[in-house]
Design a protein. Structure first.
Length: 389
């Protein structure tokens, strides 16, 4: 009788434990590969990702000094902790996610002699708006992260092209689009009731006000990269009597600045920051249009969720978004940071409702076919070179 083979160990590492695209990606991989492998997740913070993982029975390992901001002291502590962790856990695979932990984790993995180091680039950080010297430094560090890794997964063709343009990377890069499964969606009227329930009492809407309005919505962190300021600017250019509502689900560091912009524009009764909303994607049927105005992306789950829900979508043409949305076929693409183009798209959608509905249906069909979670899992298993699920 042969002894039972121990399960292969996969250790995921991610910087932040809030609930964003990279965190959802780690959650989907961890919970699915845990069916056959010994899976754990090391992370910074105690946010929603950690809660969801624990609820799913996935072991989490805290990295107490890890955060998105640069801190030489804390980053050195994290680096030391990673080396110790990798030696102690002895994983067969580490899979690091996000730029900062990608570099620290890949180098620590090399020092700890981890057999396979995988890094997923969820949009390259050197595409963010920064001083030229910082962009150059981040690009060099991104290149070193690729070299330290055995394989780098890019989630969009644009990310893939930018990685392949760097020296000595050709054999390391693998394109695997993000994938999504079906969503638990509420009926339209119930979804609208739930959305309205998140409004503060002093800023509530009457049934008639909300019923007769055209509803726009988005799910995004309140961060400069998400470009909500340009959407607000676009709405400020509509006539004052326009019957529109715009609901932004998400939280972040730009809340105060965006709230001020809304008030200064006289839009406090039309644009609402709802904060973090549990199971926000289930509320997508509330909206007539999904509006996503990022200035930097990888391949966002929010667009895939809008596709699953069949919601007409206006979005900026950044990162991998044009790989999901074909302009004037499955949605409307606008240039980033361009409030006038957003305004034109809003006006077009509002005056061509039948065509907008067709956009949503075509997007739904394409997302279900080309961006499924089983497809992502199958392709990732090939990178891991482990048994496919």
């Amino acid at each position: 009788m042969t002894p039972t083979q121990p399960k292969k160990k996969i250790l995921y590492v991610i910087t932040k434990s809030n609930w964003g695209g990279a965190q959802r990606y780690v959650y989907d991989l961890a919970t699915n590969f845990a069916k056959k492998y010994d899976v754990s997740v090391a992370l910074g913070g105690t946010g929603e990702l950690k809660t969801r993982l624990l609820d799913a029975g996935i072991r989490t390992i805290p990295l107490p000094f890890l955060s998105r901001d640069i801190s030489l002291t804390d980053d050195m502590r994290t680096f030391k902790k990673l080396i110790e962790l990798f030696k102690e856990e002895a994983p067969d695979i580490i899979h690091v996610n996000s730029s900062k932990i990608g570099g620290l984790g890949a180098l620590a993995g090399r020092i700890a002699k981890v057999p396979k180091i995988i890094f997923t680039a969820h949009g390259w950080a050197f595409r963010e708006e920064r001083p030229a010297l910082q962009i150059f430094a981040i690009k060099v560090l991104s290149w070193l992260t690729i070299l330290f890794s055995h394989t780098v997964i890019t989630v969009s063709e644009r990310d893939e092209r930018e990685a392949l343009a760097m020296p000595f990377t050709r054999k390391k890069i693998k394109l695997i689009h993000n994938g999504i499964s079906d969503l638990p969606l509420l009926e339209k009227e119930e979804a609208r009731k739930r959305v309205l329930s998140h409004l503060a009492k002093e800023r509530g809407l009457t049934v008639e006000e909300s019923k007769n309005a055209f509803w726009f919505g988005t799910i995004a962190e309140l961060h400069k990269n998400k470009g909500q300021t340009y959407a607000i600017e676009a709405f400020s250019k509509l006539p004052n009597d326009s019957k529109i509502l715009f609901f932004i689900m998400g939280e972040g560091e730009e809340r105060m600045a965006l709230q001020k912009q809304i008030i200064d524009s006289g839009l406090e009764n039309k644009i609402f920051l709802l904060g973090n909303v549990d199971e926000a994607s289930s509320l997508l049927p509330a909206f007539d249009v999904f509006l996503f105005t990022s200035i930097k992306e990888g391949l966002p789950f929010a667009i895939l969720e809008a596709g699953i829900a069949g919601i007409p979508t206006i979005t900026s043409a950044v990162g991998g978004i044009p790989e999901i949305i074909t302009d004037m076929q499955t949605g409307i693409l606008v240039r980033p940071k361009n409030a006038d183009e957003i305004l034109s798209a809003i006006k077009y959608i509002m005056s061509h409702e039948d065509e907008a509905i067709k956009f949503g249906k075509k997007l739904q069909s394409m997302v279900k076919k080309d961006f499924s979670l089983p497809k992502t899992l199958k392709e990732t298993a090939t990178v891991y070179k482990v048994e496919q699920l």
